[in-house]
Design a protein around this ligand. Structure first.
Ligand code: PBG
Length: 349
């Protein structure tokens, strides 16, 4: 039997013939990969602490001790005083921005989420503390009613439990103004109501907050990856039903481009895709189509997956963290919201 093409037979041994093709051996892809200096020089994508936004949970009470969140091992809820310390830590690590999420005490939650409009609520106090402690660090706050409603939805509901769009938008506008008055730098509407970006932009302009940015959660999917976050803000126990009536269907990507186009037209300064890793195709398509900054949120369930793998000895935590964050950059993200921000910044530092 003749040896297959490219192989030479002698006795029972087959050896590779020295073949050449139009590309090989002239082109050897491994040349530029061979040495660390060369890999460093040829990297198309780089990750730095300045790519990161650090989400932080705020609790009532005093003390600098973090309150652990069982489903988010390594992440804690901090007192207002603790948030000030975290903001300083962000500054020291070169992280440009923190995102604040309150765990509102049960007794302050109501059907209409009125606590969101209180000028002295938990998140407003945390904004002031963070800006006092580290004025150079950006403070981003979520605009949505779920940490404040007794039913756990992002808006107000009717008798049948449907989230009412226009009534909710009115409250979101007031919530955004409340956060802006407390001194936040970026409001990030995460509620997925229609028309809210334009309404919030107009209100910020007319109330003297023209420099407050809007980062629109433009393509936010109804995802199973938000579970630990809902534990962290105390919404899991209270949420009735699901959010599929307003958050996007994971089946859809073209619809995400329509969502982004609308938020751009309404005045968003930047847009976000969320969750992150399972939706990198959406990040890449948004990056291709639009010229404004696009952020991705590596959500709580994504964080939990890496931590669970590392805890079970099924992966190298540091390597998983850095590789996933780099993947966001490769897909075209301007930056990433990640609970691993401080850890990653330390690794990169
Ligand atoms: C609130 C909000 C959610 C997240 C960010 N803002 C939860 C939700 O929509 O139910 C999820 C973040 C995460 O899982 O890390 N609207």
């Amino acid at each position: 039997m003749a040896a297959p093409p490219g192989l030479r037979q002698s006795g029972t041994t087959l050896t590779l013939e020295r073949v050449s093709s139009p590309s090989f051996p002239a082109i050897r892809m491994r040349r530029t990969r061979a040495a660390p200096w060369s890999r460093a020089l040829h990297a198309e994508t780089r990750l730095a602490p300045t790519d990161l936004i650090w989400p932080l949970f705020v609790r009532e009470g005093s003390g600098l001790e973090g309150e652990p969140i069982p489903t988010l091992p390594g992440v804690s809820r901090w007192s207002v005083q603790g948030i000030a310390e975290r903001a300083q830590e962000a500054a020291a690590l070169g992280i440009p921005c923190v995102a604040l999420f309150p765990n509102t005490p049960r007794e302050l939650r109501s059907p209409d989420g009125a606590e969101a409009l209180d000028a002295d609520n938990l998140v407003c106090r945390a904004i002031r503390a963070a800006k006092d402690a580290a004025p150079q660090v950006g403070v981003l706050t979520d605009v949505a009613l779920d940490p404040y409603t007794s039913h756990g939805h992002d808006g107000v509901i009717d008798a049948r439990g449907r989230v009412l769009n226009d009534e909710t938008c009115e409250r979101l506008v007031a919530q955004a103004l409340n956060q802006a008055a407390a001194g936040c730098d970026v409001v990030a509407p995460s509620d997925m109501m229609d028309g809210r970006i334009g309404l919030i932009r107009a209100a910020l302009e007319s109330e003297g907050h023209q420099d407050v940015q809007i980062m629109a959660y433009a393509a936010k999917y109804a995802s199973a990856f938000y579970g630990p976050f809902r534990d962290a803000v105390g919404a899991s126990g209270v949420l009735k039903g699901d959010k599929r009536g307003y958050q996007m269907d994971p089946a859809n990507a073209r619809e995400a481009l329509r969502e982004v186009a609308l938020d751009v037209a309404e005045g968003a300064d930047s847009v976000m895709v969320k969750p992150g890793l399972p939706y990198l195709d959406v990040v890449a398509r948004v990056r291709d189509r639009f010229d404004l900054p696009v952020f991705a949120y590596a959500v709580s369930g994504e964080y939990a997956m890496i931590e669970a793998a590392a805890a079970a000895d099924m992966g190298d935590r540091d390597a998983l963290v850095l590789e996933t964050l780099l993947a966001f950059k490769r897909a075209g993200a301007t930056g990433v919201l990640t609970y691993h921000a401080a850890h990653a910044a330390r690794l990169l530092g």
